[in-house]
Design a protein around this ligand. Sequence first.
Ligand SMILES: [Zn+2]
Length: 384
Amino acid sequence: MPLSRSAELLKALIAFPTVSRTPNLALIEHVARLLGAAGIACTLVKDEAGTCANLFASTGPANVPGVLLSGHTDVVPVDGQPWTMPPFEATLRDERLYGRGTADMKGFVACAVVAMIDASARTLRKPLQLALSYDEEIGCVGVRRLIDVLEIAPVRPELCVVGEPTMMQIATGHKGKAAYRAVCCGQEGHSALAPKYLNAIHVAADWIAGIRAAQQRLAQTGARDDDYDVPYSTIHVGTIRGGKALNIVPNECTLDFEIRTLAADRAQPILDDIRRHAETASAAGHGGPVYLPRVEEVNAYPGLDTHVASDAVQFLESLLPSETSKRKVAFGTEGGLFSTRLSVPTLVCGPGDIDVAHKPDEYVALAQLDACDAFLARLVDCLH
Ligand SMILES: [Zn+2]
């Protein structure tokens, strides 16, 4: 059987090695040419260097709210992963397309582009729109520039569908995330005289003690949302670097940590709580004086929390098979930014399985692409 148009386009998209932090312009220009051939004008919103771009396109009337399909074009690196097939070349095997980004999330991007082209041949009451971003995987970096543009547009969409892989189920929410770097400073000195100097790793340890105390409080008495696997806000230290040699008191230690928040929580009060606990730990450890790190926010994006009983959910359910489930997902998406900054009801629904994303031999089942095509065809029918 010949491949669907979406699967064929996905094969082409996989061949653009659009790893985050590297150019995606060739892919964006490829999509812009396809849309242009269907008479759809595209707006490119580039980064400072001009090598990465977001793409915005709209088909149908410009003066009424429509439905925005959102996807990111970047993929995570393949370095060090034991791929058994070429990651940037689509391989068809067992009714699946393999390649980096097939699930996360060029499969949805391909389906969305095909839906735009099909929609352009119809007379629509409401527009169908497409937003493609760059550098999502490193903290929703690219899409912010696009949202800057959409924010001042006279008409905003009435619904945004983010096509991250949910196996075509409806995800109504995800946690927000804030990433931080804590830089702990000390004084270098001979380790034989250690108590005379301030040990930067010990300062870091006190901060980590604060993190663990704050986590315990969140887990025991914090806000809860049982729709999540881990039903409370979480804190985690990912990396720690410090010290030169065992016989030198370290003068610097850096640690990277993150806070993932439920809709009911904010990162700042949690950070304040960490600080209070760290002060106590530091005072105890240093016999009175308190030494805390300098904490910088590296990156943050808001959570998503669309009400399950909202019109948006009902509308999406009407376009999907009756057995479709509603849930919240563990991973973050650009949906939090669309929902918070544009006040647009936003849901996550896309082809493929998040369990194979970011891994070697990532794939999407052809049946998932077909299911997404069918969903988008019904959506276009509704906009007609
Ligand atoms: Zn993704």
